[in-house]
Design a protein around this ligand. Structure first.
Ligand code: PRX
Length: 654
């Protein structure tokens, strides 16, 4: 490769501020900041133009946007199909034999599974016919429990082709978590596999799926053979993917979907113990997925995009499936662990496939940092033109390391703020516009508007902390509701500031006019290694252990994972032990999944409570952060705070 281009320049006057270079401005889809003003003048017209230009519609909408608080709709009466937009329109062009998905396997000696757009098109059509043969029709929910193998996109797009909303469940979630999600969605079909590889070992996923489907509405389980390991089999219910696919017809006519028909449901953690099913519809979501992929990561036909998120999370839905495929990009999809067989696996993949845009989470960056510079240094990363992050606030040290060690000081870092609810990115710098500043996400995406408010609903001043909200007209990719729970939708997002603003539950401040710095969740949602988890879910799981009387879970800061759960536990009788702590942790692992296990269990004879008996989590949060515990006058049992301080080695002055 010739000498790598320099995509950014340092601001001559300001420390830590970078701008796009001339090369970047020339390359970028958007390099003129007037786009923001233009979009702000008439956001609805702006998005309507984007929808028209970016997607293929069977019929144009009658009305672009309608706001009936707290519900809004986009492209009303418009007709399209998401899978058509990701496949059919590309196979009609030269992109037919372009690589759509490069499925890199974990075992180093296994060839990558490369699917061209035409391959993917055929597989999706066949799989749609398979689903149909099992009785799946428009409107039916299909649960998908698959690891990072291209069959997951095949299954998702086949659902979209039929108009059957999918509910993808993270493959590291437990059978109980899968079961809850199947029950809520009332799915009759589950797509899973025998197993997958994790750090060289095959993991049996079918076992989990078997436990989950018992006693649910599931009638058919389609099993993809990945590892060839032994699996249990329920005759009549279980079907091998390859057997069903063998004679499946090669074409399935895409269902003509309404813009507001549901594309998928994705369960995410809220402040209660039960995950909520966030609803995304078709036209608006696809519009935002298309344009954010193209503009944020500056994707052109020659690019190779790699988003490392697991497909079980929203980032995987939008930037491993609907976004890159609708723009016709080539993407990497990696099955395995980042440090298998060695800690340079990611850098080796970037070098091997000439990845140009790389999108990962701050947690992963901190992990890479901790493994040492020698691993990326072994590889030529000059193909990269852009780096991006998502999922949690990034600390300055991680930003600088990513910028210098991975980007060679040549690439912008696009720090994208968004949520499961928003469907696509909303706050970030555009690569051809900038600025790129450590820990500052940037501006609202053109055509959207965010503000930071105080408790009373007034905008805060520069650099003052407050609550991040979105103002109407709302981004087209935003959620349209919570599955079977309109109350949750209203109270979670529309009760804080009425119908005037969508409440994000995030803290933020503005270091400079229009630029947002995100400071983390202000509710009981934790971001553990970038994964969204509610304290109440972990408390519920702990409460299921027979020895536990009550517990309170709070986030504690962690150098690598950002936050980790700490559990304060009162037992029914007796004192805690290391043995019991281990047992409780593994119990949570079984109930929720290994990623949800508390980092630390603190046994207490009592938990701090108000006179009315409510646990004072504020105090526990301060203990976990090693901050002053503050006012104790309303506490019923102050003595327990001293006990807890000693147990956690709390040093901050009160
Ligand atoms: O707190 C914010 C944080 O992640 C939350 C959303 O989590 P989830 O629904 O799992 O979606 C993650 C991927 C979109 C937000 O409420 N968050 C996400 N991106 C950022 C962030 N915090 C700071 N900076 C970000 N770039």
């Amino acid at each position: 490769m010739t000498e790598a281009a320099k995509w950014i320049v340092k601001d001559p006057a300001e420390e830590d501020v970078y701008w796009p270079s001339k090369e970047m401005k020339k390359r970028a889809w958007i390099s003129d900041e007037s786009i923001y003003e233009e979009a702000a003048r008439d956001p609805v017209a702006f998005w309507a133009e984007r929808a028209r230009e970016g997607l293929d519609w069977y019929k144009e909408w009658d009305e672009a946007y309608k706001w009936e608080p707290p519900y809004f709709k986009w492209f009303i009466g418009g007709k399209l199909n998401a899978s058509y937009n990701c496949l059919d329109r590309h196979v009609k062009t030269w992109r037919r034999n372009k690589a759509a998905i490069i499925g890199v396997r974990e075992p180093i000696d296994e060839e990558a599974k490369v699917l061209t757009y035409y391959d993917l098109y055929r597989e999706v059509n066949k799989f749609a016919n398979v689903l149909k043969s099992l009785g799946v029709k428009k409107g039916d929910r299909v649960s998908i429990y698959l690891p990072m193998i291209p069959e997951v996109q095949i299954a998702m797009l086949a659902c979209a082709r039929i108009g059957a909303p999918h509910s993808v469940v993270f493959s590291a979630f437990s059978s109980d978590s899968l079961k809850d999600r199947i029950i809520d969605a009332e799915s009759k079909t589950l797509v899973t596999c025998d197993g997958y590889y994790r750090r060289g070992r095959p993991v049996n996923l079918k076992d989990n799926a078997d436990k989950a489907v018992e006693g649910t509405t599931i009638e058919n389980v389609i099993v993809f053979k990945r590892t060839g390991g032994e699996v249990r089999w329920a005759e009549g219910r279980d079907h091998w993917w390859h057997e069903l696919m063998k004679d499946a017809p090669l074409y399935y006519k895409p269902e003509v979907m309404d813009s507001e028909d549901v594309l998928y449901i994705l369960y995410t953690s809220g402040t209660t113990g039960n995950p909520k099913g966030v609803i995304h519809t078709t036209g608006g979501y696809m519009t935002q997925a298309y344009w954010t992929t193209k503009w944020d990561f500056d994707i052109h036909d020659e690019d190779v995009f790699w988003c490392t998120a697991d497909v079980g999370w929203v980032t995987g839905h939008t930037y491993n499936c609907y976004g890159p495929l609708s723009v016709g990009a080539t993407q990497i999809f990696y099955e395995g662990a980042p440090n298998y067989p060695e800690p340079d696996r990611m850098w080796q993949i970037i070098e091997n496939y000439g990845v140009t845009a790389f999108y990962t989470a701050p947690t992963a960056i901190r992990m890479f940092m901790s493994w040492g510079d020698e691993w990326p240094k072994k590889h030529n990363l000059s193909s990269l033109h852009l780096l991006a992050t998502v999922g949690e606030p990034i600390n300055r040290e991680a930003w600088m390391w990513y910028f210098n060690t991975i980007g060679g000081g040549r690439c912008p870092i696009i720090d994208t703020w968004w949520q499961t609810e928003t469907g696509g990115t909303l706050i970030n710098a555009l690569p051809g516009v900038g600025p790129f500043i450590p820990c500052v996400a940037g501006r609202s995406f053109p055509g959207t508007r965010h503000e930071i408010l105080d408790e009373g609903g007034k905008p805060v001043g520069l650099n003052e902390g407050g609550y991040l909200v979105q103002r109407p007209s709302f981004g087209p990719g935003m959620l349209r509701g919570v599955y079977k729970s309109p109350e949750t939708y209203k109270t979670n997002y529309w009760s804080q500031y009425g119908n005037e603003a969508y409440y994000t539950s995030d803290g933020a401040r503005m270091p400079k006019e229009k630029l947002f710095r995100l400071t983390g969740r202000v509710d009981d949602v934790m971001k553990v290694a970038g994964h969204r988890l509610s304290t109440a879910e972990v408390e519920n799981a702990i409460g299921g252990h027979p020895s536990v009387a009550e517990s309170a879970v709070v986030p504690a800061p962690d150098e690598i994972r950002g936050q980790v759960p700490w559990a304060f536990v009162r037992l029914k009788e007796g004192e805690g032990s290391d043995e019991l702590a281990k047992e409780i942790r593994s119990h949570v692992g079984k109930v929720l999944g290994p990623t949800c296990r508390p980092d630390k269990i603190i046994f207490a004879t009592d938990l701090p409570k108000t006179r009315s008996g409510k646990i004072m989590r504020r105090i526990l949060r301060s203990l976990a952060k090693n901050e002053a515990v503050g006012d104790l006058t309303t506490i019923e049992n102050p003595a327990c705070v001293e006990e807890l301080k000693q147990k956690v080695g709390h040093k901050a002055a009160s």
